[in-house]
Design a protein around this ligand. Sequence first.
Ligand code: NAD
Length: 490
Amino acid sequence: MTFRESLPLLANFIDGEFSAPASGRYIDNFSPATGLVYAQIPNSDASDVDAAVEAAKRAFPAWRALSPLARAEMLHTIADKLEARTEEFARAESIDQGKTLRLARDIEIPRAVKNFRFFADFISGREASRPIATDIAMNEVVHSPLGVAALISPWNLPLYLLTWKIAPAIAFGNTVVCKPSELTPMTAFMLGEVLTASGLPPGVCNIVHGLGSKAGEALVTHPDVKLVSFTGGTKTGKHIAELCARDLKRASLELGGKNPGIIFADADLGECIPTTLRSSFQNQGEICLCNSRLYVEDSLFPEFVERFSAVARRAKPGDPLSDNSFLGPLVSREHREKVMGYLEIARAEGATFHLGGGIPELPEPFSGGYFLEPTILSNVAADSRVQMEEIFGPVVTITPFHGEDEALHPANSTEFGLPARTRTQDEARAARVARAIDSATVWVNTWMLRDLNAPFGGMKKSGWGREGAEWSLDFYTETKNICSKPGASK
Ligand code: NAD
């Protein structure tokens, strides 16, 4: 698709300047609430990526040479400038992705601000090196940045997840080239303005828009890119791992999930039902942390299904900018078709639909938007594709169980291992279940409580590596040991 004169044009951000793609080619950017094209983004190729990597390479020596305190100060300035534009960024994120304005304003943009503040504070409070003195050696452990990092992010939490990569990467002294999702480029584009206003030196953070198969792949395979931090689907993650392996490039992969929630009969339903509403349908279920499979103890099952369905019935999809909407549209027409494909499978297999399953009727201008009703299913076979594969939409299955083992077996039966959740008032049981679930994070009597001091990542085919505090330090730096012999003459 080429340039359409009437639409706003987004630009790449390379070496501190906004620039058009070298090819002059653009991609349409749709508003999911209306289904209409409302902007165009660069369809960048290898030449744009080359320019961005070259700029990042040039900026690296001076950026790494700055003291951690000087870099921390810069990250705080970025946080301040972004925070001052919270409302504007939240509206842009809502229009671009389909999430409700409330969610973007109350959680996601503040969290993007926090990503910068957290890593600024983290590097400010650290010693430059860690001594390990023994009777045979004096070791001094230091961390050095690697150089140019490729940061590739998905469409579901656009700025939140992109800044989760930018903040630690530059805090530890790397320079970066970002490739945001082509479906949700807007707030990454606006971030270029914030970086400029903050006085970030040109080339430290570059942003190249475009398709994964073209701009993304050119970035991952660029010989001067030393590490790749990727968040996205498992299939893409496997491909990126293969590309990185050819060159032994370091990769962190945060991938798909099919997260179980195990709810015992002693759960406090007053708290559990509202949490389950969010863990099932927040951001239309398009959060890698949503629980798409619920296992409910059999004695509670009928009451739980009735009460949860009653509450979810009031959670209406609609204009994402309105505070009356609990859900917005799905991100794209193709993605809604994929989700509806799973509902067809459920229907064909005789599942029970307690709620939803269809496209809601909405007034103009939303009749062409990619909306879907929140959907609650039961009676879905354990080995159904609906139970085993990531749907990533407003669809949740509920299955009764009798005894811990009957819940743990299916909970652990998918290829994924992102977060899980359990609800019980029995602390010993919570501890047992949490240790037995194959998930990198297990929430007990809560959901989506993210402490950036803790490790985050995925087990099994949900990813490689962990990020957060020390774990981000390990990923974004080389750990080096400078070893001398105690008492040796100088
Ligand atoms: P995706 O894998 O299609 O794309 C993710 C990013 O990778 C996009 O920027 C895309 O352009 C790029 N890309 C695609 N092909 C590429 C290639 N060959 N080389 C380089 N880059 C390429 O994922 P998506 O549909 O944007 O996001 C949804 C997925 O992300 C879901 O599976 C979800 O579970 C996952 N996700 C995981 C986490 C986590 O923390 N584990 C967080 C959010 C989303």
